[in-house]
Ligand binder design. Structure first.
Ligand SMILES: *Cc1c(COP(=O)(O)O)cnc(C)c1O
Length: 363
């Protein structure tokens, strides 16, 4: 490593603006005055690096964090020393002692998990997850009735929150949102009194009725638009830059890349960039998007391959080997790329591979 030039030799660099993540968290706090706003940092903080993201949010005052699995919680425990750190994925048998030793709070989603947690010790903190329509995790209607009829079942637990998760929060007019809210209210009323946690990123933008004692946004912290179809209220967080490794001129009719899916309709200059699908730059983007150079679009041509992507730079004479093209950033969001790749911004960010060096700015 010591022999490499400054910045190394990577074909792509991911810039993560921690101060933009903090600004987004503050904006979400302002939109959710009913209770504190957690940081959802599962999936390595949606691919951006859980430890630096957690440190920045913690320094800004965030005191509630959610991950998906216990190992993710253990990895960030020291970065958020006295914050509530909770695992969404449910209690796996045999992990109770690890939760307790590291003061990690499980999200319990079944009678079996409630029984296991009760047996693990008296009055240890947990969150209870109610399934109001997602049908993945959480106590279902039958189990809810058992809990209502047998209040003792929860008596041995320090119930920090009762939580549910919205199915279609980003679709503001979907009647499911209010259906779930009503089911959640009814469920909470049938259980011992405890603070409630409802909204994800988009839920915060559904209005006051979706406010609760703890909001749980992830995507919006990282700049994904929580209000699709409307202007994005969040600040952009990521910039993925791809290095131009080579430039060549090809004649009319010559093809580029695997399977010759694209051929030059004019004498063409091609730039080869050192980012490919092994970096999380999806193969589905082949022929479907641009990069940006000095703010101007540069068309992607041919197949995206594992480590390389080709662009038609005929109209951009300033691009030479060593130049950097913007693949994600102010001119092209993760949501834009998601549309081109047939997925969502969440998958675009969580796909970004660890091969890309991450450079943290701000905060
Ligand atoms: C992922 C997740 C969130 C965060 O959702 P975003 O849409 O990213 O804000 C909140 N709650 C639960 C249960 C989740 O699984």
């Amino acid at each position: 490593m010591a022999d490499l030039p400054p910045g190394g030799s990577a074909g792509g660099i991911l810039h993560v603006d921690l101060s933009a993540i903090v600004a987004n968290w503050r904006l979400l706090c302002a939109r959710h005055p009913m209770g504190p706003v957690a940081g959802v940092v599962k999936g390595d903080a949606y691919g951006l690096g859980a430890i630096p993201v957690c440190r920045a949010l913690y320094a800004a005052g965030c005191r509630h964090f959610f991950v998906a699995v216990l190992e993710e919680a253990l990895a960030i425990r020291d970065s958020v020393p006295d914050a509530m750190l909770s695992v969404l994925g449910g209690l796996i048998p045999g992990t109770e002692a690890t939760y307790i030793a590291h003061r990690i709070v499980p999200v319990l989603g079944s009678l079996a998990e409630i029984a296991a947690w009760t047996a693990a010790g008296p009055s240890i903190p947990a969150i209870l997850h109610i399934d109001t329509g997602m049908a993945r995790l959480g106590v279902d209607a039958g189990e809810l009735k058992v809990l209502h009829d047998n209040p003792d079942l929860l008596a041995g637990i320090d119930l920090r929150y009762i939580a549910t998760h919205l199915v279609s929060a980003e679709a503001a007019h979907d009647p499911l949102n209010h259906d779930q809210r009503h089911r959640f209210e009814a469920a909470c009323k049938s259980l011992p009194a405890a603070p409630r946690s409802l909204a994800n990123s988009s839920g915060i933008f559904l209005g006051e009725a979706f406010g609760s004692d703890l909001a749980r946004p992830g995507a919006a912290l990282y700049g994904i638009n929580p209000t699709p179809g409307q202007p994005n209220p969040m600040r952009p967080v990521v910039r993925l830059m791809g290095r131009v490794l080579a430039v060549r001129d090809i004649p009319t009719g010559a093809s580029v890349g695997y399977n010759a899916t694209w051929a030059a309709a004019r004498p063409t200059r091609i730039a080869t960039v050192g980012v490919g699908y092994a970096d999380g730059w999806h193969r589905r983007l082949s022929g479907r998007c641009n990069a940006f150079f000095d703010g101007a679009p540069v068309p992607l041509v041919g197949r995206v391959s594992m480590d390389l992507t080709t662009f038609d730079i005929t109209d951009h004479p300033a691009i030479a080997p060593g130049a950097w093209l913007e693949l994600l950033g102010p001119h092209q969001s993760a949501d834009d790329i998601a549309l081109a790749a047939g997925t969502n911004g969440y998958e675009v960010l969580t796909s970004l591979a660890l091969r890309l060096p991450r450079v943290y700015e701000g905060a």
